[in-house]
Write a protein that binds this ligand. Structure first.
Ligand SMILES: [Mn+2]
Length: 314
């Protein structure tokens, strides 16, 4: 059933006991913030709840789960947050894929099958949905819940810089800071602090940046050799895709990342062009300003193909 509004979602949540909350693989601030924020709330109501992810959680997000201990119970309510499709749960959670009771998401493209779904594609983050849900429920937003929800809103809006940053996002952020969210510390950790390896990887990739169309298209390439040379984790490449678009005059920024098996994947970011249309040329897709596709295992060929496609959109 499609839940039409936040009060319908609140009624469903009120029926939940012994809840497991599923987050997506390669977790980000939104899925983890929503998961642990919701978990804190349920536990505060005396409801048993756990947050699950397919893999061990990144250290970067440890402040979201610092006091968290898994509880022992037989799940009777399975909730997913920020998971747009079953395969995004990852191998570790695939057993839950066909038994989801409540799917809460903000991707228009959501393809989950769940008993009940609440999808708000206009919401910048699932953490914003959870914030409205807790308001609807009259919940006490503790500083820890505030930190969780603030993190998801900040990360999914690129620190309040993306086009999806709505007035509601700012209002929620203000309320969460009032409730004790440590905005400056969170934003420093999410957006400023980088590992040394990451900085060196950026330096090398930027050193080889290529331009086309009179500087309107910029491209960087991250090879497996570069990743190994800088001794960084692949998860540490998050946000790399924004680098080419940060150059003055660039309208389409492309980042190629070589995959472990050798093939190059492209991330396309744009100021005003349709990024998903560019990615669709190669069987990919995504959002209007951020999209991705898979190219070939030949660097020069991949760079040429995607640059030519981008040139048609400047
Ligand atoms: Mn999200």
């Amino acid at each position: 059933m499609i839940l039409a509004d936040i009060s319908a979602l609140a009624r469903k949540l009120n029926d939940c006991r012994n809840a497991v909350i599923l987050t997506h693989a390669h977790p980000d601030g939104d899925t983890l913030g929503a998961g642990f924020g919701l978990c804190c709330y349920l536990r505060s109501r005396g409801i048993k709840a756990n947050v699950l992810n397919s893999e061990p959680l990144p250290e970067k997000f440890s402040f979201l789960y610092k006091d968290y201990e898994p509880q022992d119970f037989e799940p009777s309510c399975v909730i997913s947050v920020d998971v747009a499709a079953k395969d995004l749960l990852g191998d570790g959670l695939s057993d839950y894929a066909d038994r989801i009771d409540l799917c809460i998401d903000h991707h228009f493209s959501n393809r989950m099958s769940a008993k009940d779904c609440y999808i708000d594609g206009d919401s910048c983050a699932v953490c914003l949905i959870i914030f409205e849900l807790l308001k609807e429920l009259g919940a006490d937003i503790t500083p820890q819940i505030a930190n969780c929800l603030y993190t998801g809103i900040a990360t999914d809006t690129g620190c309040f810089m993306f086009e999806n940053t709505s007035p509601a996002a700012h209002r929620a952020a203000a309320a969460l800071v009032e409730a004790g969210a440590q905005a400056a510390a969170i934003n420093r950790e999410m957006f400023q602090v980088k590992s040394r390896g990451r900085i060196f990887a950026e330096q090398r990739a930027i050193g080889e940046m290529k331009f086309a169309c009179g500087g309107k298209v910029a491209l960087i390439t991250v090879t497996n050799a570069l990743i190994e040379g800088c001794n960084i984790d692949r998860a540490d490449l998050d946000g790399f895709a924004g680098i080419p678009l940060s150059v003055e005059g660039v309208e389409i920024g492309i980042t190629l990342k070589q995959q472990p098996e050798g093939v190059f994947k492209a991330s396309v970011r744009t100021v005003s062009a349709d990024a998903s249309a560019i990615a669709q040329r190669f069987g990919g897709g995504g959002h209007i300003r951020a999209a991705g596709c898979t190219l070939t295992d030949d660097r020069e060929e991949s760079e040429r193909m995607i640059t030519e496609a981008a040139a048609e959109f400047v």
